[in-house]
Design a protein around this ligand. Structure first.
Ligand code: SF4
Length: 729
């Protein structure tokens, strides 16, 4: 870093000297005016502040990023950007960025030349393949088009089946559930809904710009919004009704609402008869789940449960139980998958599929492929995966496109996985039980991390390879689903600031050539992107110039043929039954519960804040300052419970689980179910390379043990009971 700083200084000095020699002497005011009036170039690209990839217009002045605005032609974001996008622009100039490749030597890193690093990595990968076979190698990333294309293709070229994303700490359970019920993951037409029930989902803080805007539009148009959440979150603040449910019991609420809809004939019988299979089995299963049964489980009065069911049914089909993301039925509870199946089923009872205000099944623009004679696809590996996901594995239902990084860490500890490449992903910090995750990474013969920053996972790598920031690189063309789909790409906004960085595709192609599988990468990124655009009649030059282009996608009016075995909505799943689970959704209690007899026993829950993407943005000073200004890293505790424990707002407390003890300050509030304590999910970084985030705040993952939900294999991140007591106690 010091040499770069010096080089930059020299460059600036030389430029200044040259200007002074060549130009007439300017006074300060004239110089400032000339800078202010400099031409602004607007470059379209994509945000990288979270996985939504919103369209962004980067305004560049005097060769520097000047400001960013939303891209109006991007279907998902519709011209809007959130606070994280403005924060993420800082990454371009972040002094914490990795400036060149590094190699581990003992307990520290030394700089290494790119060619030598790639030679050594290729040789070590070859050695692992020779000794243990391709089943011992994995690729993990935070899903982006470039990682998915180049990372997966490289693994397949090596014969390695294990590619993974972060989803097992996010929404794997609902991906599995909706595959079973609908054959795909639906969206929701919030903007046209008359009645919206959010279960744990919080678009005001877990922001997807277009989705959050659609919720606001629905409310402006008079929609009723019901927020079911143990916490009065920011979406509840604009809701008609907040239903403070006991954490982990959303499934009981849904089963009881379906009981009412079926018992009182409130469901859409025509839709059910024509478009679903397994209704009789569902009706028989939910008969025992009355509101009176659910009331003591959920802590919601039976009359409220029955009323919510009747209100929803009265608004059908222009109503929706939101298909969710993480919240109540992502990677949090032992009943996550079952809860998502119940969400699917209740929407089908409402007959809202592809109706205004209901569930949506929009396709994405169909992209093309490289010609097979020029760039043949490597054969798809047939070996069992290294993370236990998939038919031959420990978790036969787990979606293989997402995989199970926390199980992979266990397999690494057992010596079954031996080498991995991780790109733009930080499993050590973002999965529960960091000691477990670190032990998994340390057990590998080879760990290569490709990133812009020295994350907690990068610190454990044998090689750390730096990428340019998202504003300095071009990436693979993406297709975004929607009533009108969007085709878009990340373009380079400014030239590389750090010369000694390389893009992911450059790294993968260089490794592939060294490892004898270069024939699968005989094309440039431009050729790949042109081939992807070819069926849409859009040229690469046009897309680079416009960044995002909306294209007509075939919209199926009425009910689409679903990709389930029957082609219909499946209330009953043969696959689930064969794997030993309920064929139709049934009650599964959360795995752990706080102990009522212990006044300091709570369930620890977590959630997102609108200005952070978990820990990936915590090192951005402007976003971190928002947190500091509002003491927003604190642990929420219900006011009544806090008073009983003698805890006041701002007090320091110990939080202890079976795994660890941590200290944190408390926010005392009425906005939380008394049995829960809540921590925002964006903090607790411990890598010294993240100079601003390091040591700030607490991560729930420090307290949550390594565990797996039996159906999807997800990480059950809210199945943890903690004891809280004043730090002086
Ligand atoms: S939601 Fe915000 S952070 Fe995420 S891609 Fe869109 S603008 Fe960027």
């Amino acid at each position: 870093m010091s040499s770069i700083t010096r080089r930059r200084f020299l460059k600036t000095g030389l430029t200044t000297a040259a200007l002074l020699a060549a130009a007439p002497v300017l006074d300060m005011r004239t110089w400032a005016a000339s800078q202010e009036q400099a031409r602004v170039e607007v470059v379209p690209t994509l945000c990288n502040g979270c996985s939504s990839h919103c369209g962004m217009l980067a305004h560049v002045k005097n060769g520097r990023l000047w400001k960013i605005t939303g891209h109006p032609d991007h279907g998902r974001s519709q011209g809007k950007l959130c606070a994280r996008a403005h924060g993420a622009a800082f990454w371009l100039y972040d002094p914490d960025r990795l400036a060149g490749p590094l190699k581990r030597e003992g307990d520290h890193f030394v700089p290494i030349d790119w060619e030598q690093a790639l030679d050594e990595i290729a040789a070590k990968l070859e050695a692992v393949l020779a000794a243990h076979g391709p089943g011992a190698v994995f690729f993990a990333h935070n899903p982006r088009a470039t990682g998915a294309f180049y990372g997966t293709r490289f693994m397949h070229a090596l014969g390695a089946p294990t590619t993974m994303t972060h989803n097992a700490s996010c929404n794997t359970s609902l991906i599995l559930a909706y595959q079973a019920v609908f054959g795909t993951t639906p969206g929701a037409d919030l903007a046209n809904s008359k009645y919206i029930m959010l279960i744990g989902r919080n678009p005001a803080e877990g922001i997807q710009t277009g989705y959050s805007a659609a919720l606001a539009r629905a409310i402006e148009k008079g929609a009723k919004l019901v927020v079911v959440d143990p916490r009065h979150n920011a979406s509840a603040a604009i809701a008609t009704e907040w239903v403070p449910i006991r954490p982990g019991t959303d499934l009981a609420l849904l089963l009881a609402m379906m009981n009412v809809m079926i018992a009182e004939n409130l469901y859409d019988a025509g839709f059910v008869a024509e478009h679903t299979v397994g209704f009789e089995e569902l009706a028989a299963a939910v008969r025992e789940y009355s509101p009176a049964w659910a009331a003591p489980i959920t802590d919601i009065p039976a009359t409220t449960i029955a009323r919510l069911a009747r209100e929803l049914a009265a608004a059908r089909p222009n109503c929706v139980v939101d298909p969710g993301w993480k919240g109540g039925f992502g990677a949090n509870y032992a009943n996550g998958t079952e809860t998502a199946r119940a969400v699917g089923a209740i929407n089908a009872l409402l007959g809202n599929l592809n109706k205004p205000g209901g569930l949506t099944f929009y396709g994405a623009p169909k992209l093309g492929k490289l010609p097979a004679d020029k760039a043949p696809d490597p054969p798809k590996p047939t070996l069992p995966r290294g993370d236990g996901a998939g038919i031959a594995g420990e978790f036969p239902l787990a979606p293989t496109a997402q995989g199970l990084p926390h199980v992979a860490a266990r397999k690494a500890r057992e010596g079954k996985l031996r080498a991995g490449i991780v790109r733009h992903h930080n499993p050590v910090r973002n999965f529960p039980d960091p000691e477990h995750m670190m032990a998994g990474m340390r057990a590998l013969d080879l760990l290569v991390v490709i990133d812009t920053h020295m994350t907690e996972t990068a610190r454990l790598a044998h090689y750390v390879l730096p990428e340019p920031s998202f504003l300095e690189r071009e990436e693979v063309v993406e297709a975004i689903p929607g009533r009108k789909g969007t085709v878009c790409m990340r373009t380079r906004v400014v030239p590389k600031l750090l010369e000694n960085t390389r893009t992911f595709d450059e790294i993968i192609v260089a490794l592939a050539r060294r490892m004898g599988v270069g024939e699968y990468f005989n094309f440039t990124l431009d050729e790949l992107n042109s081939a992807r655009l070819q069926p849409l009649g859009i040229t690469l030059e046009e897309l680079k110039a416009r960044g995002s282009i909306q294209v007509e996608t075939p919209v199926v009016e009425g009910m689409p043929k679903l990709k389930t075995p029957s082609g219909k909505v499946e209330f009953v799943s043969e696959r689930f039954a064969k794997a030993g689970f309920n064929a139709v959704p049934g009650w599964i209690p959360p795995r752990v519960m706080p102990e009522p007899a212990r006044p300091n026993s709570f369930r620890l829950i977590h959630g997102k804040q609108g200005y952070h993407s978990h820990t990936s943005t915590a090192n951005i000073p402007y976003l971190l300052q928002i947190t500091r200004d509002h003491n927003a890293e604190r642990l929420w505790m219900n006011a009544g419970r806090a008073a009983a424990l003698g805890i006041k707002d701002g007090d320091l407390v110990w939080v202890r689980s079976s795994l660890a003890s941590r200290q944190v300050r408390v926010k005392v509030t009425e906005r939380l179910h008394p049995e829960a304590v809540y921590i925002p999910s964006g903090y607790g970084n411990f890598s010294p390379g993240l100079t601003r985030a390091n040591g700030f705040g607490l991560s729930m993952n420090d307290l949550v043990p390594f565990q797996t939900e039996p159906m999807s294999g997800h990480a059950m991140m809210m199945e943890v009971v903690v004891e809280v007591e004043p730090a002086g106690a």
